[in-house]
Write a protein that binds this ligand. Structure first.
Ligand code: MYA
Length: 633
C-alpha cells in the first residue's frame, strides 16, 4: 500500500484486486465472467470444468408479471456429437462446430432483425477444450447490440457429458451479422434494449468491440510493418521442415447443400473448409494430429454462391516451440472467371502429448521472399496475440496495476481502459451512501472490493462537460490533488498519457506521481454516455524517481450523460481495495465531506466554463513528451 491520496481527487486504488470484475477480449473471454450471452459462468485456465450446472443457467430475472425473463433474441442449439461430426481421433471437428455456431448466431440475429442476415466477421476464438463423440454441444447466442444495419451476436459454447453429469465451457465468441432486405437497401435495425445487468454490460462493451473490429485490419497492418522491420533475418534451425512441404490447395464446388437459406455459400461451411485445409497443412509439419487452439479475427469480404468454385489454400507460416501458425485463404471463381478473395484466416495449432501437454514442434524453413515475409509476420502476430491476451484477457488479479504502454498495445490498452470503466458503471447494486448539496456518494462492495461513485447534475451541455473534464491539464482548476499535470504522449485524439504529481500528504514526506492513460469516448448512440477512463501505465521515458512515490490507479473515470441539451449528469467512478477503505470511510460514514467539496468545485468549474474551452492550447495527436519541467506541448 502506498499513500492514500491520488490524482483523482479521491483515494487511489492500490494493491491486488480481489475481484471478479472482468475484462473482455475481442473474441474470447478467458476467465470467470459473463459468457456473452447473458448467463454468468465461472471458468479458469484449462481446468475450467464448471462442475455445477447452475453456473451456466440464465440468471433468474423475474419480470413484474412473475415470469422468468428470457432475452427475446436468445437462440439455443444442442447437438450430440456423432462419429460423422468427428475426426479420426473421435473429437468433434472444429469446422462442424463453426457451422453450428454460425447457424445459431444467424438465427439469433434474424430474430432481432426480422429479416435475412449474413455473417460479416467473427472475432478471435480460443478453443479451451476438445469435444468427444457421444458428448453434447450446447450453443447459446443472443444479440448484444444493434448498430445501423449490423449487430454483435455473443455466442457461448459448452460441452456436456451426459454420463458423468458434468458441463464445461468450450469457447465464447462474438460475430457480426448484417441485415439485408433486397427491396430497401440498407436496413435500419431497431435498438436492443438491455434488461439485465449482464445485458447492460454487454451492450456497453459491444460498442468498444465494434470500434476495435472496424479498425482491426489497419491496426494489424501498422503493427506488422513496425514489428517486422525490427526482426531482422529469419533464424535457421537444424532439421527444419520446408514451408513448401506444408502447402495445401484444395477446390470445392459450392452445391445447394452448402448454401444457406439465402442461397449464398453458408459462412460456417466456408470456415469448415478453411479449417480442413489448415489441419492438413499443420499435419504436414508435425506428422501428428494437431489441435486447433485459436482462430484470429476474420472478415467475410464478399459473398460466394451456388456454382462458385472455392479455392482454399493453406501453409504453415511459422512454427514456434509449442505452437504453429497456419495461414488460410479462400478465393472464389465462376467458370473461367477471375478469382475473388472472400476470406483469410490465421489459425494456431498445438500438438498434445498423451497427458494433454503441448509437444515440441519441428521448426519451419521459409522459402522465397514471400515465405520470409510470412515467417516474420507470424512472429509479429504472435507478439500481438500475447500483448492482447495479456492486456485484455487477463484476470485482473494477474495484471500488475501499471501495464507497460507502447504503440503496439495502444489500441488494446485503450479498449481495456474503457471496458473496465463500463463494467464498473454497469454494476447494478450501487448503494447510496450519503447525499449533500445535490452530490450523491454511492458504494459498491463485492468480493472484498470497494468501488465508489460520486454523482451530480450540472447545467452544462454534456459535450462541453466532456471536453472540459477530458483535458487533465485543467484539472488543477477544481481538484487540489492535481498539483501538476503534463502530457507525456498523445498517440491519438482519444488517448493521452499524462504525468500527474500530487502534493505530499504527510509532513516531510514525498509527493506522489502517476503515469495515467486517459482514454475518452464520445457516445456511439443516444443510449451511450461520454466516457473518460483513467488507469496507470508505465512508459520507459518516465521511470519512478526518487523525488516522488509512484502511485497507481487501476480503474477510475467519468461517465457523462446528457439529460437534456443543457442538463448533464456527471458520475465519477473509482475502484478501491480494502486497504484504502480507512481513507474514504469518513466520507462514507458521513463524518467528512471532502468528496462533496471537490465535486462541488468540479460543478462550479464546469458551469463557469460552459461557454469556453480555450484556456489551454488544444492537444495535438502524436505529441511527445519533451523533457522534465518543460511545457509538453
Ligand atoms: C453445409 C451445411 C449447410 C447448413 C446451412 C444452415 C444455414 C443456417 C443459416 C446460417 C446462415 C449463416 C449466415 C451466412 O452463412 S452468410 C454467408 C457468409 N457471409 C458472407 O458471404 C458475407 C460476405 N460479405 C459481404 O457481403 C460484405 O462484405 C458485407 C455485407 C458483410 C459488408 O459489406 P460492406 O462493407 O460493403 O457494407 P456496408 O459498408 O454497407 O456495411 C454494412 C455493415 O457491415 C459492417 N461491417 C463491415 N465490415 C465489417 C467487419 N469486418 N466487421 C464487422 N462489421 C463490419 C459495417 O460497419 C456496417 O454496419 P452498420 O454501420 O450499418 O451497423
Amino acid at each position: 500500500m502506498n499513500t492514500p491520496l491520488g490524482p483523482d481527487c479521491l483515494p487511489v486504488v492500490y494493491g491486488e484486486l480481489e475481484t471478479d470484475t472482468r475484462l473482455y477480449s475481442l473474441g474470447l473471454i478467458v476467465h470467470g465472467e459473463s459468457n456473452g450471452t447473458g448467463s454468468t459462468t465461472l471458468r479458469g485456465d484449462m481446468s475450467s470444468e464448471i462442475g455445477d450446472r447452475d453456473l451456466v443457467e440464465d440468471p433468474l430475472f423475474i419480470l413484474e408479471r412473475g415470469e422468468v425473463y428470457r432475452n427475446p433474441t436468445e437462440v439455443k442449439m444442442s447437438q450430440i456429437v456423432l462419429p460423422c461430426h468427428a475426426n479420426h481421433c473421435g473429437e468433434l471437428s472444429v469446422g462442424q462446430l463453426l457451422k453450428w455456431m454460425d447457424s445459431t448466431a444467424c438465427l439469433s440475429a434474424e430474430r432481432h432483425a426480422g429479416s435475412p442476415c449474413i455473417t460479416a466477421s467473427v472475432d478471435d476464438i480460443h478453443f479451451e477444450h476438445t469435444i468427444g463423440v457421444g458428448q453434447v454441444v450446447n450453443i447459446k447466442a443472443k444479440v448484444n447490440r444493434a448498430f445501423t444495419s449490423s449487430m454483435e451476436v455473443g455466442i457461448s459454447v459448452s460441452c456436456e457429458d451426459l454420463f458423468s453429469d458434468s458441463l464445461w465451457n468450450v469457447c465464447d465468441a462474438f460475430a457480426t451479422f448484417v441485415a439485408r432486405r433486397s427491396e430497401v437497401g440498407k436496413v435500419q435495425l431497431k435498438q436492443v434494449v438491455p434488461r439485465t445487468q449482464t445485458e447492460q454490460m454487454e451492450y456497453s462493451i459491444a460498442a468498444e468491440r465494434r470500434r476495435m473490429r472496424l479498425i482491426h485490419a489497419e491496426i494489424i497492418t501498422d503493427l506488422l510493418s513496425t514489428s517486422t522491420a525490427q526482426l531482422g533475418e529469419c533464424q535457421e534451425y537444424q532439421n527444419a521442415v520446408s514451408a513448401e512441404r506444408t502447402r495445401v490447395e484444395s477446390v470445392e464446388l459450392v452445391l445447394p447443400p452448402h448454401a444457406n437459406h439465402q442461397v449464398s455459400t453458408f459462412g460456417g461451411q466456408i470456415m469448415a473448409w478453411m479449417e480442413n485445409v489448415a489441419t492438413i497443412s499443420a499435419c504436414r509439419l508435425c506428422n501428428a494430429h494437431p489441435t486447433l487452439r485459436t482462430i484470429d479475427m476474420f472478415h467475410f469480404r464478399g459473398p460466394s454462391h451456388i456454382g462458385d468454385r472455392l479455392v482454399l489454400k493453406a501453409i504453415v507460416n511459422n512454427a514456434f516451440k509449442h505452437s504453429m501458425e497456419v495461414g488460410v485463404c479462400a478465393e472464389a471463381y465462376q467458370g473461367a472467371g477471375e478469382l475473388r478473395h472472400i476470406n483469410s484466416a490465421f489459425m494456431t495449432f498445438e500438438v498434445l502429448d498423451k497427458d494433454g501437454k503441448p509437444r515440441t514442434l519441428p521448426r519451419i524453413r521459409p522459402e522465397h521472399v514471400d515465405g520470409n515475409r510470412r515467417y516474420q509476420e507470424a512472429i509479429a502476430r504472435k507478439k500481438i496475440r500475447l500483448d492482447r491476451k495479456y492486456i485484455i484477457s487477463c484476470k485482473q488479479t494477474e495484471v500488475p496495476l501499471s501495464v507497460p504502454w507502447d504503440t503496439s498495445n495502444q489500441m488494446y490498452l485503450s479498449y481495456s481502459n474503457l471496458s473496465a470503466l463500463k463494467i464498473m458503471a454497469a454494476q447494478g447494486n450501487w448503494m447510496l451512501s450519503s447525499e449533500k448539496n445535490k452530490v450523491s456518494l454511492y458504494t459498491l462492495e463485492e468480493n472484498q472490493m470497494l468501488c465508489f461513485k460520486v454523482e451530480t447534475t450540472v447545467n452544462v451541455p454534456a459535450e462541453q462537460a466532456f471536453q472540459l473534464l477530458s483535458d487533465l491539464r485543467r484539472r488543477h482548476e477544481w481538484d487540489r490533488h492535481y498539483q501538476q499535470c503534463d502530457v507525456i504522449i498523445q498517440p491519438d485524439e482519444d488517448d493521452t498519457i499524462y504525468q500527474v504529481t500530487t502534493p505530499c500528504v504527510s509532513r516531510g514526506g514525498k509527493g506522489q506521481d502517476f503515469i495515467l492513460l486517459a482514454s475518452r469516448r464520445k457516445p456511439c448512440d443516444s443510449r451511450d454516455p461520454y466516457l473518460i477512463a483513467l488507469r496507470s501505465v508505465t512508459v520507459p521515458t518516465h521511470p519512478a524517481s526518487e523525488d516522488y512515490t509512484r502511485g497507481e490507479v487501476l480503474c477510475a473515470g467519468f461517465s457523462i450523460i446528457e439529460e437534456s441539451s443543457d442538463v448533464t449528469t456527471i458520475s465519477y467512478y473509482n475502484q478501491a481495495t480494502p486497504g484504502v477503505f480507512p481513507y474514504i470511510s469518513n466520507d462514507i460514514a458521513g463524518l467528512s465531506s471532502s468528496f462533496y467539496g471537490t465535486f462541488q468545485s468540479c460543478s462550479k468549474y464546469l458551469e463557469e466554463n460552459r461557454d469556453s474551452l480555450d484556456a489551454l492550447p488544444p492537444l495535438k495527436p502524436g505529441a511527445e513528451w519533451d523533457g522534465p519541467g518543460r511545457t509538453p506541448l
